[in-house]
Design a protein around this ligand. Structure first.
Ligand SMILES: C[S@@+](CC[C@H](N)C(=O)[O-])C[C@H]1O[C@@H](n2cnc3c(N)ncnc32)[C@H](O)[C@@H]1O
Length: 486
């Protein structure tokens, strides 16, 4: 009996090996779905560490990160400490947005195999996600110099330069890559997209448009290239020609929240608020240049918040400070900066963008910073605040009443809710403007305050900042809980 069972197992093993080999061939040939089926079947017949690793790889290819992590864990159970499986799990964590776990696994993988390119690349990607651009660039530079003619390491290094805002070396690398006649089509398309991105980053929208168009001519429809062409045209104020590119990008990637939001500004169905993915992507991209660009736009929201507080609390000063403050959509922490001298107590910041929060953390003003959506943070919070502030944040919301209703119970007796809002004069309660921001009517603002149980103590028109050299008109609002509970 034992003999027969052993022979059966050996037979299963041979078949599973064949399935594994064929699955890997299919994966390399760019057929991940077919590869997945074979690898799953092969691994079920005779599980092995190499089978689980191949399965993790193909699941990562398909962006099934939770299943990929499970496969990498199964491989690690059979071969503890294997640097390949650790690298795969690091990539799965990275894809799930768990930067800390990705860093830890990738560091272990590099420790186990210091010269392994995939492990070093995973470590660099985790460092990049954590905002440690220079360390990531150093590692990716080493990986690239080990194989300077391979496109993937060069593309990753160029991408890291772009994310760090180092446009010149990124463009140098891209030019070097595009000069290679043998460059595979997928890499060429990616490099052209990066060329457009680099041109946009240094403000050359016309060059970005030319690069994106050349890519579309060469390769046909592509989400990244359509979206880049749309952005360049929007920067050039050519909304009419931007529209078809944006709608094409939206058709190709309907699940992309960033593109969906922009497409909505061009007449697709208007969502009730900007998708979290749009906000996080937009502000992660802005984070490094945010304050400099706002200075140029005469940005007034944080100063208006301070002025309103001074009006409502005469004598506000270092000796008569305001207490606990919740800064919703705190961004880089400009509200914290303007309140610094007149506030004592907790200063809690909440934002969806990790990049903006990193900049806020560097100021050393906030007692706590949370990476979260505003509603999720309010739902969890049981504290009371003397002021809850949202400076230039509700312009990413159409419906503001639900969030205001969550703010009201967080106000301590006498507590103040302060925010700005962009105005529109039409009959609609709110509309999504071409800028990607929402504008509200005064009637809708007043109705939202009432619905949320708030009484306005200040509600006046203010110029919030400049846009295309013209002031953006909006409202400055300060409100207390209705019904004399102040
Ligand atoms: C224009 S910035 C203003 C930042 C800051 N309040 C200031 O005045 O400098 C808008 C900020 O709101 C954040 N934000 C927008 N929608 C959000 C949401 N639903 N939850 C949390 N943060 C949000 C963005 O990530 C961004 O940092």
């Amino acid at each position: 009996m034992l003999h027969i069972a052993a022979r059966q197992n050996a037979g299963h093993g041979v078949i599973a090996d064949r399935m594994l080999a064929e699955g890997q061939r299919l994966m390399e040939a760019g057929h991940p779905i077919e590869a997945l089926r074979l690898l799953e079947a092969g691994n079920q017949a005779a599980p092995s560490a190499s089978g689980w690793r191949a399965l993790a790889e193909v699941r990562l290819d398909l962006r099934h990160h939770a299943d990929a992590r499970l496969a990498a864990e199964a491989a690690l159970e059979l071969e503890p400490g294997c640097h390949v499986a650790l690298t795969l799990r690091a990539r799965a964590h990275g894809m799930a947005g768990d930067t800390r776990a990705a860093l830890s696994d990738a560091a272990d993988a590099v420790h186990a195999a210091p010269r392994d390119g995939a492990a070093r690349t995973a470590l660099a990607q985790a460092l990049l996600a954590g905002g440690h651009h220079d360390e990531a660039i150093a590692i990716l530079g080493e990986v690239w110099s080990d194989a300077p003619h391979e496109p993937a390491p060069a593309l990753r290094l160029a991408d890291a330069f772009l994310r760090a805002g180092h446009t010149a070396p990124a463009e140098e690398l891209i030019t070097f890559l595009l000069a290679q006649p043998e460059l595979p089509a997928a890499a060429r398309r990616q490099a052209i997209g990066m060329r457009a991105q680099a041109a946009m980053a240094r403000g050359a929208a016309d060059e970005a448009l030319a690069a994106a168009r050349s890519g579309l001519d060469l390769f046909g429809a592509d989400v990244g290239l359509h979206s880049m062409a749309a952005h360049a045209l929007m920067r050039l104020n050519d909304m009419e020609n931007a529209r078809p590119h944006l709608l094409a990008a939206h058709r190709l990637a309907p699940q992309d929240g960033y593109i969906a939001h922009l497409a909505a500004t061009f007449g697709a169905a208007q969502p009730e608020r900007a998708a979290d993915a749009y906000v996080a992507h937009l502000f992660n991209g802005y984070a490094s240049g945010f304050e400099a660009s706002l200075l140029g736009l005469g940005y007034r929201a944080p100063g208006l918040m301070l002025r309103a507080l001074e009006e409502l609390r005469p004598g506000l000063s270092a000796t008569q400070p305001i207490g606990d403050v919740l800064d919703l959509g705190c961004g880089t922490g400009l509200v914290g900066v303007v309140l610094h001298d007149v506030q004592r107590g907790r200063m809690v910041g909440v934002d969806l963008s990790a990049g903006m929060l990193r900049a806020a953390a560097q100021k050393g003003i906030y007692s706590e910073l949370r990476e979260a959506g505003l509603d999720a943070a309010l739902a969890e919070d049981r504290s009371l605040y003397d002021a809850v502030i949202a400076a230039d944040v509700f312009c990413y919301f159409g419906e503001i009443a639900p969030s205001l209703a969550m703010i009201a119970p967080r106000l301590a007796p006498g507590g103040i809710c302060l925010f700005t809002l962009e105005e529109h004069a039409g009959p609609e309660a709110w509309l999504l403007a071409g800028s990607g921001r929402y504008r509200h009517s005064e009637a809708a603002l007043r109705a939202a305050l009432t619905a949320a149980g708030l009484d306005a103590v200040i509600l006046r028109r203010e110029a919030l900042r400049l846009e295309k050299d013209a002031p953006v008109q909006g409202f400055l609002v300060a409100a207390r809980r209705a019904g004399g509970r102040a």
